[in-house]
Design a binder for this molecule. Structure first.
Ligand code: KG4
Ligand code: ZN
Length: 337
């Protein structure tokens, strides 16, 4: 089975071709980051207009790079949510139109299930029970994956998502959008012990998160520092903020692994590109004798390969014509999270 998948939930337009076994034949991404940078965030109208412009050439490039004809595609998949309504519509409508024109099935995919399963792409052992931490720009989810399609939400954020906190703190520090990768780079030169920021809810006894208090703590710390900020001061603030986020994410994930008895931990979503999070999670899992699988960096941030992977690994995938009339859902949830 050959799947052509489209992702357009936010500011990346992406097309991938995935074989039934989960083999990625092509994964094309056109990012709009530069376009949105002057506004300090994603402008929905700009995003959807540019998905429209980018999508057709991207489909052609993916087919060419995979060395397959459109007629060889067996299933068309697209992200149905969560995400920006006007952006989701572009990818969804395109995939549905291609499915209709070629008389092939259309499969809607939950973007968060894409992130959830991305650590298993290329894993010869396939999808296995685990505790999964998904950290993206819009979500922070701890999920107990008990089997294929059997997901239980353990915890989520009470306020900002981890990526959102990175981006907002980046903005406060006058760094370019998106703040996450910039803070990651600046933190490498900084001292994480330079400021003592709160580890909110680390001892709450549940698996929920909160990052807005940490964001406020950075704000008050900034107020105390006379401008202009020296580069070394910004580096220290980045390192100390990042360390607080990483401590909470690793602490809660390890506690969830302990509570569920799972021996496998997975990490995915844009924030899992973060070098310190990857390093700290690796050290914590090693110390606890747990296996850790992290999505490959190119599949951590938004991509269509993970969307195609979800469709390709769906068991008993059957042609269901009613899916063609299924609407997008900007608030689509995964396991209630
Ligand atoms: O998964 P993703 O590409 O999109 C969503 O589904 O939201 O995640 C984007 C988020 C942004 O908030 C971005 O700042 C963050 O991932 N991010 C990072 C890093 N790379 C991307 N955060 C921290 N460190 C990074 N290296
Ligand atoms: Zn995402």
């Amino acid at each position: 089975m050959l799947v052509l998948a489209i992702e357009s939930s936010c500011d990346e337009t992406a097309v991938a071709l995935v074989r039934g076994s989960g083999e990625i034949l092509a994964s094309e991404i056109s990012t709009q980051i530069e376009l949105h940078r002057p506004y300090g965030g994603v402008v929905p109208e700009l995003a959807s207009r540019n998905h429209n412009l980018a999508l057709r050439p991207l489909v052609e490039r993916a087919l060419e790079n995979a060395g397959v004809e459109l007629g060889a595609v067996d299933v068309f998949a697209a992200t149905a949510g969560p995400g920006l309504a006007s952006s989701l519509l572009v990818g969804n409508t395109t995939a549905k139109a291609l499915a209709l024109a070629t008389r092939k099935p259309f499969v809607p995919v939950n973007h968060m299930e894409g992130h959830l399963l991305s650590p298993f792409m290329g894993d010869p052992e396939g999808i296995r029970p685990c505790v999964a931490l998904i950290v993206s720009g819009g979500h922070t989810l701890l999920i107990h994956l008990r089997g294929h399609g059997d997901y239980r939400l353990l915890g989520t954020t009470r306020d900002d998502a981890a990526g959102e906190a990175f981006d907002k703190v980046g903005k406060m520090l006058g760094l370019p959008y998106p703040g996450g990768p910039v803070i990651d780079a600046r933190a490498r030169r900084g001292n994480p012990a330079a400021h003592d920021f709160p580890r909110s809810m680390l001892g709450s006894g549940d698996f929920h998160f909160s990052f807005s208090g940490l964001k406020t703590a950075v704000f008050y710390q900034l107020e105390k520092l006379p401008p202009p900020l020296e580069d070394a001061t910004v580096d220290d603030l980045c390192a100390a903020f990042q360390e607080a986020v990483v401590d909470v994410l690793t602490g809660k994930t390890l506690a969830a692994a302990h509570a569920t008895g799972e021996r496998l931990v997975t990490l995915s979503g844009g924030v899992s590109c973060n070098h310190r999070l990857r390093e700290a999670m690796r050290a914590a899992c090693d110390a606890a004798g747990l296996e850790l699988r992290i999505a490959e960096p190119r599949y951590c941030t938004d991509n269509a390969a993970m969307i195609g992977f979800v469709a390709a690994t769906q068991q008993g995938l059957v042609a269901d014509p009613t899916l063609l009339s299924q609407d997008i859902d900007p608030n689509l949830r995964l396991a209630g999270g």
